[in-house]
Design a protein. Structure first.
Length: 395
């Protein structure tokens, strides 16, 4: 591991866009290595929402080195198993060996609510990390010696390195690499996650319904005694919708899920006022290069794997750790460190994305999507995605 210390020549000021898993992890390490780190986050505070993320394989080691592994363990969802029901609510499959979202329950992998994971990582950032909420980058101009940055609200500033950790719809990527359409691969469907009352009284359990092209799920309880609900649908072609218009997304979901049985009517009743709402297409971000000189993308911004695998957090943590380490080891030549980060991560990213596409294709071509077979496949995939030996350079 790189030793902490301030020995990086003049290349010391680093800007990170996005205060979620990737951004907070890279900020933690860069601060620890002695850099001046500013994190700019578009939301007014840490952005909440979603269900759970998995910390697997090499990400467990990154968490241990950050000193947050025990806290992750204490905050796991501690699920006991899952079941599947048909439209009448009758149980057609049950297992206490694995869950759909987390994989095998007897593995060392940890499933943690996204909000908890982000809280713990935020607390792990040293007091030297400067946070600017409610702002975003609007222009980036890179030259030999640094990057000129303009902001929507703040004054322009110059940084030695800019890191885009701003998620699958990254603005940093758009500014530095080109339009979203060039990199985002649609995978045939949409998923929404939200917080609702635990009206089934689920006790560390998850239940799913698959009915044709529409699916729903309930997982509970979460840390607040409420439950997280899933709604999703398949669609061969992308559906046009506004990323920022939550009401329109909720209307779209209500249309698609109308007429479904089980507790879907109750989920739809709560949909309008549901908090922690997150809606997105199942997508991957596929880029030949996710770094350019002094600008690097990390996590979903550079290599999103698909929301339904839960693997994005592990990839983000591992990527952030390797990126910070390589910048710190670059002896004042951050572009060289950034290039080494991309090389070190490539195999890990490609293998994860290929595994996620395999599963997606299998499910997509399976006419009978109501049987337990899909879940068994998914559990196996999730185990494979630990990719314990990757990346080779987790030193
Ligand atoms: C609200 C939400 C809910 C999610 N729920 C799940 C889930 O249930 N299961 C799952 O597997 N994955 C979920 N994900 C994705 C998951 O968080 C990531 O796959 C993984 O953790 C990697 O995280 P990341 O830091 O790369 O990106 P993200 O977690 O997407 O974080 C990106 C961060 O950047 C911020 N941001 C966006 N644009 C800008 C900008 N222009 N400037 C500055 N900041 C910006 C966002 O507000 C966010 O804080 C969710 C993501 C979000 C944003």
């Amino acid at each position: 591991m790189v030793q902490a210390g301030k020995r990086f020549g003049s290349a010391r000021r680093i800007l990170v866009a996005g205060a979620s898993v990737a951004g907070l992890t890279v900020a933690h390490w860069l601060d620890r290595y002695g850099f001046e780190v500013t994190v700019v986050e578009r939301s007014a505070g840490l952005r909440p929402g979603g269900q759970a993320l998995d910390v697997r394989g090499p990400a467990l080691e990154v968490a241990r080195r950050m000193g947050v592994l025990e806290e992750f363990r204490e905050r796991t969802t501690a699920l006991r198993g899952m079941s599947m029901v048909d439209g009448s609510g009758a149980e057609i499959y049950r297992t206490t060996e694995r869950t759909l979202t987390g994989g095998r329950l007897d593995s060392e992998d940890l499933e943690v609510l996204r909000d908890d994971l982000v809280d713990v990582l935020h607390a792990a950032c040293g007091s030297g990390v400067r946070f600017v909420f409610g702002d975003r980058i609007t222009a980036l101009t890179q030259d030999e010696g640094g990057v000129e940055v303009e902001f929507e609200a703040g004054a322009p500033a110059r940084y030695d390195v800019v890191i885009g950790a701003d998620g699958a719809h990254s603005g940093t990527r758009r500014l530095a690499f080109g339009p979203e359409e060039a990199f985002v691969r649609y995978m045939g469907g949409y998923v929404a996650i939200m917080t609702v009352p635990n009206f089934l009284g689920l006790d560390r359990w998850q239940t799913f319904l698959m009915d044709g092209d529409v699916g729903a799920g309930l997982i509970g309880p979460d840390g607040s005694g409420t439950a997280r609900a899933y709604l999703g649908f398949e669609s061969a072609e992308p559906v046009g919708y506004d990323h920022r218009d939550e009401d329109a997304q909720k209307r779209l979901l209500a249309e698609r899920a109308a007429g479904l049985g089980w507790v879907v009517p109750q989920i739809l009743e709560h949909l309008r006022d549901a908090s922690g709402f997150h809606f997105d297409a199942r997508i991957q971000v596929v880029m030949e290069h996710w770094t350019k000189g002094r600008i690097a993308l990390v996590g979903d911004a550079g290599y999103a794997v698909s929301l339904t695998t839960g693997q994005g957090a592990s990839m983000a943590m591992v990527g952030a750790y390797v990126l910070a380490g390589e910048i710190a080891a670059s002896g004042g030549d951050p572009a060289a460190g950034i290039a080494r980060y991309e090389d070190a991560l490539r195999e890990y990213v490609l293998r994860n994305q290929a595994a996620a596409r395999d599963l997606n294709d299998r499910n997509h071509n399976d006419d009978d999507r109501s049987g337990p077979g899909d879940f068994t496949d998914f559990g196996t995939l999730v185990e494979e995605m630990s990719l314990k030996d990757y990346p080779a350079r987790l030193t």
